[in-house]
Design a protein around this ligand. Structure first.
Ligand SMILES: Cc1cc2nc3c(=O)[nH]c(=O)nc-3n(C[C@H](O)[C@H](O)[C@H](O)COP(=O)(O)OP(=O)(O)OC[C@H]3O[C@@H](n4cnc5c(N)ncnc54)[C@H](O)[C@@H]3O)c2cc1C
Length: 378
């Protein structure tokens, strides 16, 4: 499939070269120091990798979902933290603006989001996680403006984003049908960012609380329809899940690649580990399962690009790929032996990074709810 489309070959090559040259050398340090890779993000903007799936009319690369997942996998192979920064910005936020923004909003924000402005998506709250409809952040109309009050938690890119897509209740009596999305610039008075969470993995990405205290935005900040924000968020997450699936495949493939390098050179019993049948069979099985996960991700991306329904397939791709990422990284640590448990090699970081793919943008249980509902299981 890839060989047939030269643009896919090209984007994968560009992303691979960038990932190996610019992202890989920093990955261990970002993890150790929990540092956000500002310099890498600047370079990602410069070479257009943060705007792959944005129409060229707004300064993007005009690529499709498939091109986006191919690039994301290459980055995730070497640094899952950098990959999630790209995935929230491109797969979730940019896609929402492109799908739901007015022409004026697109003209205002998309060129910046291709140039220098990172975006964050703020749905989750302390008491509204899997059941996101229970959010308590409010947006009260006040003439031609809205005043937002509330607290968002676990927000990726917070503190580094120039724009936040914030979901707030505009009619509490209507529950999920009373939620609206707002475009809130980071410098809006009343918006503040809390201290970063200390995480198990993807430690180079920023995850913070976002507090809204009498944060006033004009009515032109409404993204999509008033009270249509919950559906908007769910559709953004459908696309976002393809990206998390690609991130998980990248983590798995990265761990396999590192392991092949290691087992070919580590000698025990007078021969490389790679000559032992256990090593060969385990790696063959891991690669086969990773390829299966990749094909699920590609299926969801291809459906989306064909303009066909893809929400269930995106949930399946994320569910399976995230399980595979965890299984593969655990098995790779085992193949490394004691060295795999140390920071001398990247597989221990990859094993910690893999866990988040089963949690964010909907836990595995949430994906199973989506899939079983689509199967007619009630
Ligand atoms: C590093 C990180 C980055 C994140 N980035 C963002 C972001 O950028 N923007 C954003 O809005 N959010 C973000 N999140 C939030 C993330 O999407 C939520 O953590 C996730 O959706 C789960 O919500 P919760 O943590 O409140 O868990 P809970 O909803 O409290 O769930 C706890 C457990 O109960 C299970 N569970 C809940 N309900 C059911 C049910 N009905 N049936 C079966 N099991 C159920 C869950 O699957 C889970 O295992 C991020 C989280 C993390 C950790």
């Amino acid at each position: 499939m890839l060989e047939e489309r030269p643009e896919y070959v090209l984007i994968r090559k560009l992303a691979r070269e960038f990932a190996q040259k610019e992202v890989r050398p920093l990955a261990a340090e970002l993890d150790r120091t929990e540092r956000f890779p500002t310099e890498t993000v600047e370079k990602l903007f410069q070479i257009g990798l943060l705007g792959i799936n944005c129409p060229s009319a707004y300064g993007g690369q005009g690529g499709d979902t498939m091109a986006y997942v191919l690039a994301l996998e290459e980055i995730a192979k070497v640094c899952a933290a950098t990959a999630v920064i790209c995935s929230v910005h491109g797969g979730l936020c940019m896609d929402l603006l492109n799908s739901y923004g007015t022409e004026g909003q697109k003209q205002l924000w998309l060129p910046r989001m291709n140039r220098d402005t990172l975006c964050a998506f703020a749905l989750t709250e302390p008491d509204a996680g899997t059941d996101a409809s229970m959010l308590s952040t409010t947006a009260v109309r006040d003439g031609a403006a809205y005043t937002l009050n509330g607290c968002k938690t676990f927000i990726t890119n917070a503190g580094h984003a120039g724009l936040y897509i914030i979901l707030a209740s505009t009619d509490r009596s209507r529950g999920a049908r009373g939620i609206t999305a707002f475009l809130v610039p980071a410098d809006t008075p009343g918006l503040s960012v809390g201290k970063p969470e200390e995480k198990m993995g993807i430690r180079g990405s920023s995850t913070c609380e976002v507090v809204l205290e009498n944060c006033r935005v004009p009515e032109t900040a409404v993204l999509g329809r008033i009270n249509g924000g919950f559906r908007l968020a769910l559709s953004g997450l459908d696309c976002g899940r393809i990206g998390i699936g690609a991130q998980a495949v990248g983590i798995a493939q990265g761990a396999i690649d590192e392991t092949i390098r290691y087992v070919n050179t580590r000698f025990q019993f007078g021969k490389p580990l790679s000559r032992m049948q256990n090593t060969q069979f385990v790696l063959a099985s891991l690669q086969t399962r990773t390829d299966a996960a990749r094909l699920l991700v590609w299926r969801a991306a291809a459906l989306r690009d064909a303009g066909r329904p893809y929400g269930t397939e995106a949930a399946m791709a994320k569910l399976f790929a995230s399980e595979i990422a965890n299984e593969v990284t655990r098995a790779c640590v085992q193949l490394f032996g004691g060295y795999g448990y140390t920071r001398s090699y990247p597989v221990e970081r990859m094993m910690r990074d893999a866990k988040i793919t089963e949690l964010y943008e909907g836990t595995s249980e949430a994906q199973k709810m989506v899939i079983s509902r689509a199967m007619g299981v009630r």
